[in-house]
Design a protein around this ligand. Structure first.
Ligand code: PSV
Ligand code: MN
Length: 429
């Protein structure tokens, strides 16, 4: 930690804001002292919280209409790790990075691991890319990958996933997330059952290569790039596949991978109940897989998701869950978007910890709908900003990370050493 940002600079920044923060924090403590909660326990929970940064998230995203790259953007995985390190130095809750292969391929994985460790960061879940045709691929994924009708294509996709596991082992990762683009654009194009069979058969071969302490996460998505159907379209197909594969297979929920108005918090609850919830890709959306910044559209939904997680955790029904952001920052500086998103996720978690689930349970038994909602709303409406700021302050991070970052002029400085991007649409590998 604090390799790029000097710790003294953060201390100087915090000195400017600490007096006001103390006043706000005292007010917050007085307010929550009326609730039957132990604020120190909550603080500990929040300090130990971690959300992984996806390596591809620190680059400007884009749409099929184009990309608007920033000057000073990272060009390779080492530069991306520097950007992740800045984020974590400022907020302290993003200590891990999720890599995507082959985008993040390097010659020497030991060197990459050492480099990253030096910044106080480690590697989270690894991800496989079978959704585009990259230079060194022998086959085309135009008509699918793990579920392709041609065995040779399926075999290559299986190998790519197994290679991901091998790279992940070298990096200290403990899980692989598999998202496949496989699906169709026309009714009748595919036999729905046969393609699911092919998926299970391919996944079995990948599953067989998982080390004993590894997990495999299955990520569903209802549409895109297949606009008529996708093979792993919803949590039902995901659950069936995870159940068929075995204990190490779990479901991953990307918030954007649901049709508008889907009750995602209920899916979270169901998967917890079925002991198959493995992880999240956080983002927000208005219409579909918009990949907007977490909490920017529907912070209440984010809170309701954490309500399910917190309630299950308190009842000891929850195993460890992998949290990651998966967003596309099209018009902002990705560092700023990721900082704000991580704070919004932290905020939703903090608010969920203010819910007294025993009281909620009492209202539920009485079928008192108004008091149930009111109990949730009371927690949601408490402003936890001073708590989050105090946690950052006490952990040596910045009280106001965005203000600090703006004053750094990081991009301007980096634009002098980092090559300018010339691409418009495609990912630079
Ligand atoms: C697909 O939409 C997805 O959510 C998957 O998680 C991919 O790995 C990621 O986005 C990057 O394209
Ligand atoms: Mn995702």
């Amino acid at each position: 930690m604090f390799k790029i940002i000097n710790k003294n600079q953060i201390e100087t920044h915090n000195k400017k804001y600490i007096n006001n923060l103390k006043k706000d924090y005292d007010f917050f403590i007085r307010k929550v002292s009326r609730l039957k909660i132990n604020i120190n326990n909550i603080k500990n929970e929040l300090m130990n919280f971690n959300i992984a940064i996806p390596s591809w998230g620190v680059e400007t995203g884009g749409t099929r209409f184009g990309k608007f790259p920033l000057k000073g953007e990272p060009n390779n995985i080492f530069e991306k790790i520097e950007d992740c390190a800045i984020i974590n130095d400022l907020i302290g809750i993003t200590k891990s990075i999720s890599l995507h292969f082959p985008w993040d391929n390097v010659e020497d994985y030991k060197e990459l691991r050492e480099f990253t460790k030096n910044y106080g960061l480690e590697f989270d879940v690894v991800n496989s890319n079978t959704f585009e045709d990259l230079d060194n691929y022998k086959h085309s994924y135009k008509f699918g990958s793990l579920t392709h009708t041609n065995k040779n294509v399926r075999d290559e996709a299986i190998k790519l996933n197994i290679d991901c596991i091998k790279k992940g082992i070298k990096l200290g990762s403990k899980a692989l997330t598999v998202w496949i683009p496989d699906g169709t654009n026309y009714p009748g194009q595919q036999d729905f059952s046969k393609s699911l069979d092919r998926y299970i058969e391919s996944m079995k071969k990948i599953y067989a290569k998982l080390p004993s302490n590894w997990k495999i996460f299955i990520e569903h998505k209802p549409f895109e790039p297949g606009f008529y159907s996708t093979v792993i379209n919803d949590w039902g197909s995901s659950y069936y596949s995870a159940k068929t594969l075995g204990e190490k297979a779990l479901c991953l929920i990307d918030l954007g991978h649901h049709l508008p108005n889907t009750n995602i918090e209920m899916i979270v609850s169901r998967l917890i109940y079925l002991k198959k919830l493995g992880g999240f890709h956080f983002n927000d959306s208005k219409y579909g897989d918009d990949d907007l910044d977490s909490g920017s559209i529907n912070p209440f939904m984010l809170f309701l998701i954490f309500n399910e997680l917190t309630s299950a955790k308190q009842k000891k029904h929850l195993n460890s869950i992998s949290y990651m952001m998966d967003q596309s920052h099209n018009i902002t500086d990705p560092i700023e978007s990721l900082i704000l998103s991580a704070i919004e996720i932290h905020r939703a978690y903090a608010k969920s910890l203010l819910i007294d689930h025993k009281i909620l349970d009492k209202f539920q038994k009485k079928n008192d709908a108004i008091f149930c909602l009111n109990h949730l709303k009371e927690a949601f409406n408490i402003d936890v900003t001073p708590l989050l700021e105090m946690i950052r302050y006490e952990s040596g991070n910045a009280i106001h990370p965005i203000k600090f970052y703006r004053n750094l002029n990081y991009r301007r400085k980096k634009s002098k050493t980092r090559a300018e991007k010339t691409y418009l649409i495609n990912k630079i590998i």
